[in-house]
Design a binder for this molecule. Structure first.
Ligand code: GLC
Length: 423
């Protein structure tokens, strides 16, 4: 039964409270028992929307305590030991303190920091907190800029886990060429709590681990990963999030009187790179496989995040939206994370079809800025209905609206507070 906005807000806050540990918030109890990098961005915004400013700022501060000296912010920080997750610190062996993985995720928390600064009613706190995070936020973007530029100038991901969209069909061809860890028993814990039909396959996991092996053998040198990894893709979504992060940080830095050197350049060159990834043939922004030296062919919602970076021209936006309209004749609930007309489409399997609140939020934000306010509001209303009917699920089946994956999922709850029920 659909919940009222008051019920939704109370329920969303209860999810964040339940998932909060001492100085950070886990994405979902059991399934994801550590701090995840890009999740911390929307989570901080959720705490802020609930008026819980200390938790909001602390979330980002704690994340950046895991930053490496190169500026890289790891995709998981293993703050406390847990039997619930694989692969844990013993597989990564990064020898970092605190224990972390050795790969990153999109720098969405940078945008969150800029937004907290903008919105925090306590201006002294806003200035102090931004100044505290500042050198680390800048170092993060400088690292992406320095170590992760591909042939078009876009940001390169060296592992599907770095993209945030782990098993997206856009990785299939590249992943097939990666080594597979075939000789060991997989200790997967995720399928103990969520149906295996809604998670990546074992074959994908074996290749995910095969790439980890290569990077570990290379000594986790975060300056070289783009050359060393068997998997190297200039990704539209990672680039769009970096571009937006640089722009948002630049604006916040100017307002706060901080040194913004280089940020405008990162924003501009990332935006140009997204433009260079426009694929005329499909009318879509397409990631580029650096190893195979060709554009990725599968159409996924990642291409729509060019809007989040304000990198899509009006014509490109129209063309992409025409395709989304065709998708919406096939599925009931949008936006599917990948092309429902393609053979790879699986409406219940993670990033191969389900609707994700985080993607819808970024796309709606971009649509509103691109003079498509009606569509942006339409997307908010359909996303609201999914959550109001099914709860704070990790993702939703676009064919019937069912809530699937992990339950009590932090970013779904956080964006319910910051977007779906905000005034
Ligand atoms: C999964 C998602 C990733 C997210 C993580 C924690 O690995 O694919 O995007 O950050 O779970 O929620």
């Amino acid at each position: 039964m659909a919940r009222s906005n008051d019920e939704l807000r109370a329920g969303a806050l209860a999810v964040l409270e339940k998932n909060r540990r001492s100085r950070y918030t886990v994405p979902a109890e059991g399934l994801y028992p550590y701090q995840w990098c890009w999740d911390s961005g929307p989570i901080a915004l959720g705490w802020a929307a609930a008026g819980r400013w200390d938790e909001a700022w602390t979330e980002l501060d704690t994340l950046l305590e895991g930053q490496w000296s190169t500026g890289m912010v790891p995709h998981i920080i293993f703050w406390e030991p847990s039997p619930d997750y694989f692969p844990g610190p013993d597989v990564w062996e990064t020898e970092h303190d605190p224990p972390t993985t050795g790969i990153t995720q999109p720098p969405l928390p940078v945008t969150a920091a800029a937004r907290l600064f903008h919105d925090d009613p306590d201006r002294d706190r806003a200035r102090t907190q931004l100044a505290n995070l500042w050198p680390r936020l800048v170092a993060w973007l400088r690292w992406v800029d320095r170590a992760r530029r591909g042939p078009h100038g876009a940001a390169v991901v060296v592992h599907p886990w770095e993209s945030g969209m782990d098993n997206s069909p856009r990785w299939d061809a590249a992943l097939d060429r990666c080594p597979s860890k075939t000789h060991e028993r997989l200790e997967r814990r995720d399928v103990a709590t969520v149906s295996a039909k809604e998670r990546p396959t074992d074959a994908e996991y074996r290749r995910f681990l095969g790439i980890v092996d290569v990077l570990r053998r290379d000594g986790w040198d975060t300056e070289r990963q783009a050359e060393v990894s068997p998997f190297a893709i200039e990704d539209v979504m990672f680039t769009a999030i970096t571009c937006r992060a640089a722009g948002d940080l630049h604006a916040a830095g100017i307002a706060a009187g901080l040194d913004t050197d280089g940020l405008a350049d990162i924003e501009r060159t990332m935006r140009d790179a997204i433009g260079a990834l426009w694929d005329q043939k499909t009318g879509w922004f397409q990631s580029f496989d650096v190893r195979a030296e060709r554009p990725v062919e599968s159409l996924t919602a990642g291409g729509l995040t060019a809007l989040w970076a304000r990198a899509s021209t009006p014509e490109q936006t129209e063309e992409q939206l025409r395709r989304v309209d065709r998708w919406m004749r096939i599925v009931e609930h949008g936006i599917p994370s990948s092309d429902p007309t393609d053979v790879t489409f699986e409406p219940r399997r993670y990033w191969r079809g389900p609707v994700w609140v985080l993607l819808n939020w970024m796309i709606a934000d971009g649509l509103a800025a691109a003079d498509h306010e009606d569509r942006a509001e339409g997307l908010r209303v359909t996303t609201h209905a999914l959550v109001a009917d099914a709860g704070f699920c990790e993702y939703f089946d676009p064919t019937n609206g069912e809530g699937i994956g992990g339950q009590g999922f932090s970013w779904t709850a956080a964006l319910t507070l910051a977007w779906l029920t905000a005034d």
